[in-house]
Design a binder for this molecule. Structure first.
Ligand SMILES: [Cu+2]
Length: 160
């Protein structure tokens, strides 16, 4: 086959395959997707993951577990103010409203990476597995950044 014709054929096949793959595996009512994931390193042994969880289904969902590479374990945290002093407390789950979003951000809910195996540096990419109350999971890669990123960490895989 002539080079150019082959390229066209190749491209068309991929477009078709992509469309077909989506027909068979993309959820009809997409439930949870993620955006703007970033991990902020700290000078201590821990770090924090911030992320926006988007719920496109008509039922509420809860984030219940997070696993990341490169740390001993992860905890779901929020901030609580006592006598004017804000401190972090662990929570069992983070609610995501039906047809809504929940933004995990500095000073509010976040995922704490406990006991990093080695310090994180800007530019690192960390695989993350989110598990929800209904058993759904979402995998993504979160970049390590010093500041909020409006770009990264879209879901790469979603399972029932
Ligand atoms: Cu924390």
């Amino acid at each position: 086959m002539h080079g150019f014709a082959f390229q066209k054929f190749y491209k068309a096949s991929f477009t078709f395959l992509g469309f077909f793959a989506c027909l068979t595996s993309c959820p009809l009512s997409a439930d949870i997707t993620v955006k703007n994931a970033w991990i902020r390193p700290s000078t201590g042994p821990n770090a924090a993951l911030f992320i926006t969880l988007v719920n496109t289904s008509s039922s509420p969902e809860k984030l219940t577990d997070v696993r990341l590479e490169g740390c001993h374990h992860a905890e779901l945290h929020t901030h609580e103010e006592t006598n004017g002093i804000s401190r972090m407390i662990q929570v069992k789950a983070i609610d995501i409203p039906a047809l809504g979003e929940k933004e995990l951000k500095p000073g509010e809910h976040h995922v704490m990476l406990m006991k990093l195996h080695k310090p994180l540096t800007e530019g690192d990419s960390i695989p993350v597995l989110l598990t929800f109350e209904t058993g759904k999971t979402v995998e993504l890669i979160a970049p390590v950044k010093m500041e909020k990123a409006d770009c990264c960490g879209v879901s790469i895989l979603q399972k029932e």
